[in-house]
Design a protein around this ligand. Structure first.
Ligand code: SF4
Ligand code: SF4
Length: 189
């Protein structure tokens, strides 16, 4: 059985603690909320944040410098070379292994692999963590045009070379014929 004194003490404690709580609530009531409704809202991310990589594929020369610099072999790439142009097969980065150290970025001679500001790697399937960094498979439009131009140039060069060789052969033949004719006349005398 609660005594009258205890009863009023409990009432007082309840009012007092509610007032303390409401004072804290009141302090933040008029302030701008600091809660971020992720993923609909995101805090600003610093430019030098080391997030998920992205590749400027058109600039990449398949030199493997980034893959060799990676201490845990996360990067794999494959491309077929057609003269100076590349036909891309694969360029993957495995985020099951990556430790976001950025060591792959510095040695790139073309400055074409970067770490971006994206960080969400949530997935139900681990195989999805092996990211494909290619924006397109095969050859890029620019590369295809450049390759066709180079092939046309080469064909024209070879044609000109063949024509020059044929012309030279004709000239040598023409030069040989009078000599042969002259030799024939001398025999008759
Ligand atoms: S950030 Fe580090 S671990 Fe990840 S791919 Fe680049 S070099 Fe490898
Ligand atoms: S170092 Fe740069 S240019 Fe070389 S393969 Fe990697 S991304 Fe491409």
């Amino acid at each position: 059985m609660v005594s009258t004194k205890e009863y009023f003490q409990n009432v007082w404690d309840a009012l007092k603690t509610t007032a303390i709580g409401m004072r804290i609530t009141g302090k933040y009531l008029m302030q701008k909320p600091i809660t971020v409704q992720y993923p609909d809202e995101r805090l600003p991310i610093p430019d030098r944040y080391r997030g998920i990589h992205y590749l400027e594929q058109e600039k990449c020369i398949n030199c493997l410098a980034c893959a060799r610099a990676c201490p845990i072999d996360c990067i794999e790439m494959d491309a077929i070379r057609h003269g100076k142009e590349l036909e891309w097969v694969a360029f993957t980065l495995d985020y099951q292994k990556c430790m976001f150290c950025e060591l792959c970025v510095y040695p790139c001679p073309k400055d074409c692999i970067h770490m971006g500001t994206e960080f969400a790697l949530v997935t139900y399937d681990r195989s999805e963590l092996n990211h494909d960094l290619l924006s397109f498979q095969g050859m890029g439009r620019g590369a295809r045009i450049r390759m066709r131009e180079a092939q046309a140039k080469k064909a024209a060069k070879e044609k000109a070379k063949a024509a020059a060789a044929a012309k030279k052969a004709d000239t040598e033949k023409d030069a040989d014929e009078p000599e042969a004719a002259g030799a024939g006349t001398g025999g008759d005398e």
